[in-house]
Design a binder for this molecule. Structure first.
Ligand code: 15L
Length: 262
């Protein structure tokens, strides 16, 4: 079985995926700009690398069946900080995938659509409404996937991840929460799927309060099993202090540097 490259391996989701996917029998090549803080799972390797370094990324991807791209900046930051890891880095990932005929599983984000209002139901083809430079970089990533599928036949699954934490922490997450086990099963399904083409899947558990509807999950063969609803009593009063954060799906990310006159 060919190895799988996992970028962003030292982050919270990367560490969880490294553990779960290795336990499921995958041979992983782990990479991150930061050191890997855990013991490297048996049969796997870790190499420190910067996504800006296309030569190293190409070498890391050699012989891989898939690239699970969880690397890059994962929160709102100034444009200049996002540019290298999230835009140039993504180009290196896709060029490597093209060379290796590998599938890309991309950790996109709900912040691609963050300025849609809470309560509004969205399908996968809704308009991008990024809520910052981070969300904009994720929309760019999804479109990069569109381009490389249409032009080069590189398969890719774009996971529009909501709030992926061990437990939801506020009222917004009753709609956006994705449990760790649901994410691990989703990523395994993305690797195992026969054919994906260019696909978009909302990365959320089976939350009855979800704002997200149609996507390509049937093509991947995944259905979430967990639900944030069991936390409702504790969380429904935990609202963002700012009206802009309460009104929009992206929550706190919409508030950062917000200066639109009322
Ligand atoms: C994300 O994309 C972020 O990486 C994460 O830190 C959370 O804030 C999450 O979205 C969210 O929207 O809750």
């Amino acid at each position: 079985m060919k190895p799988i490259l996992l970028t962003g391996a030292s982050g919270a989701l990367g560490r969880m995926l490294a553990r779960e996917l290795a336990a499921a029998g995958m041979t992983l090549r782990l990479t991150d700009i930061a050191a890997f803080p855990d013991a490297v799972p048996e049969g796997c390797s870790f190499i420190r690398a910067d996504l800006n370094d296309g030569v190293t990324i190409a070498r890391l991807a050699e012989g891989c069946a898939a690239i699970l791209h969880f690397g890059g900046i994962s929160v709102e930051q100034p444009f200049e900080d996002i540019l290298g890891p999230n835009l140039r880095g993504l180009f290196h990932i896709y060029e490597a995938a093209r060379r290796e005929k590998a599938r890309v599983v991309f950790a996109s984000s709900n912040h691609t659509i963050g300025f849609h209002e809470q309560g509004q139901s969205l399908d996968l083809d809704c308009q991008f409404r990024p809520d910052g430079f981070y969300g904009l970089s994720k929309a760019y990533g999804e479109l990069m996937g569109r381009l490389y599928w249409d032009k080069h036949g590189v398969e890719n699954v774009n996971l529009r991840i909501g709030t992926c934490l061990p437990e939801p922490r506020d009222a917004r997450a009753l709609s956006t929460w994705l449990s760790y086990p649901d994410l691990a099963r989703l990523v395994r399904a993305c690797v195992a799927a026969e054919r994906t083409g260019h696909a978009v899947v909302w990365g959320a558990s089976a939350n009855p309060a979800s704002w997200w509807a149609k996507d390509h999950r049937d093509r991947i063969g995944w259905a979430p099993r967990d639900s944030a609803e069991v936390y409702r009593a504790r969380l429904e009063g935990v609202l963002h202090p700012d009206e802009v954060g309460r009104r929009h799906q992206g929550g706190a990310f919409c508030v950062a540097d917000y200066s639109r006159p009322t």
